[in-house]
Design a protein around this ligand. Structure first.
Ligand SMILES: Cc1cc2nc3c(=O)[nH]c(=O)nc-3n(C[C@H](O)[C@H](O)[C@H](O)COP(=O)(O)O)c2cc1C
Length: 318
């Protein structure tokens, strides 16, 4: 069966599925595996050391696949300038670039005139309209269920997706809480042209940088297993609940501010958990969809399962 949506046409991919940026986890091997399986894999630029590391990652993806792939820029994070990194993505003619975490204008302006499709992550109708005005080729809606950084307004994917679909004319991609073929079909029913998944790709064989302890925590998790931290800083993000996040929430309730929180929410604390499996010394981002993740397949097996499940749903309603 042929899957054809505005997103598959725009990005020249087989299935309307994007692997979201995953800080410290989405490198060339995962991105290439996702693209080889017919979806869009992405490298996460801003958790790499610098422009040359990004160039190496892009070249490595090209060694592993001839399919389209993307580079994700979380421009608000790490307080680092992104221009040189975007320059590398342009020099290397990457097919797709996605932007989150700040005003996307700088990145979109740099990319204008090049054969690069731009995707902007949004968590509100107004942001989606702004992204379209600036020239984004598609917007990715980030609902409250999602893993990692979120919008401030706590709006869920089910509500946000149709709102955004009705307010822009570029293709809309739904994300937040989607982990299977049911989620894909639900998103399409809401008017999305595809989905982005983050958490689901962590629990795959090719996500080699995720420690087995992190993957196991995802498998063990139920629908109450995640919490939103960093809300007091205006940058909420969803993580697996553990003693470390309980401590963060306790500190936030005391209004300690950034200085009081910084060692708890640092990249190092994140890596302690996700790379080293030290669950008492850090945190790992994850979305509410963890509740439905029960296996660690290869990316190809994951994609086959999602597509089979989605097609069974389609056939049910024929
Ligand atoms: C561990 C982790 C790290 C993330 N890092 C980034 C990032 O660097 N850039 C980005 O755009 N989104 C990031 N996200 C968000 C995802 O790309 C995606 O939008 C989100 O995971 C969708 O929700 P889901 O986890 O329910 O699928 C991250 C999510 C997770 C779980």
């Amino acid at each position: 069966m042929v899957w054809k949506t505005k997103l598959t046409e725009l990005l020249a991919i087989e299935y309307p599925i994007i692997q979201g940026g995953l800080a410290y986890l989405a490198y060339a091997d995962l991105a290439a595996a996702v693209s080889n399986a017919g979806a869009l894999g992405q490298i996460t630029a801003m958790s790499l050391e610098g422009p040359e590391a990004l160039r190496n990652q892009i070249r490595r993806v090209r060694e592993l696949t001839d399919k389209p792939f993307g580079v994700n820029f979380a421009i608000g994070q790490h307080g680092r300038p992104y221009e040189q990194m975007v320059e590398v993505a342009i020099e290397e003619s990457v097919p797709v670039l996605s932007v989150t975490g700040g005003n996307p204008k700088g990145v979109i302006d740099m990319v204008k005139g090049h054969e690069i499709k731009t995707l902007v992550l949004v968590a509100a109708k107004r942001q989606a309209q702004k992204a379209e005005e600036l020239g984004a080729d598609a917007v990715i809606v980030v609902g409250q269920e999602g893993g990692g950084h979120l919008g401030r307004a706590d709006t869920g994917t089910m509500v946000l997706t149709p709102q955004v679909v009705d307010s822009v004319s570029v293709p809309v991609v739904a994300s937040g809480g989607i982990v299977d073929g049911r989620g894909l079909m639900a998103a399409l029913a809401l008017g999305a042209e595809g989905v982005e998944m983050g958490t689901r790709f962590i629990a795959t064989k090719e996500c080699v940088d995720a420690h087995p302890v992190y993957k196991q925590a995802i498998l063990n998790a139920d629908e109450h297993a995640t919490v939103v931290i960093k809300r007091s800083l205006g940058t909420p993000g969803r993580a697996l609940r553990n003693e470390w996040t309980d401590q963060i929430l306790a500190l936030e309730s005391k209004e300690v501010g950034y200085d009081g929180l910084k060692s708890y929410i640092s990249g190092q604390a994140n890596r302690n958990y996700i790379h080293n499996g030290k669950i008492a010394e850090g945190f790992g981002w994850a979305g509410q969809g963890v509740a439905s993740i029960t296996s660690i397949p290869s990316v190809q097996e994951l994609m086959d399962g999602i597509i089979q499940e989605a097609e069974a749903i389609k056939n049910k309603w024929k």
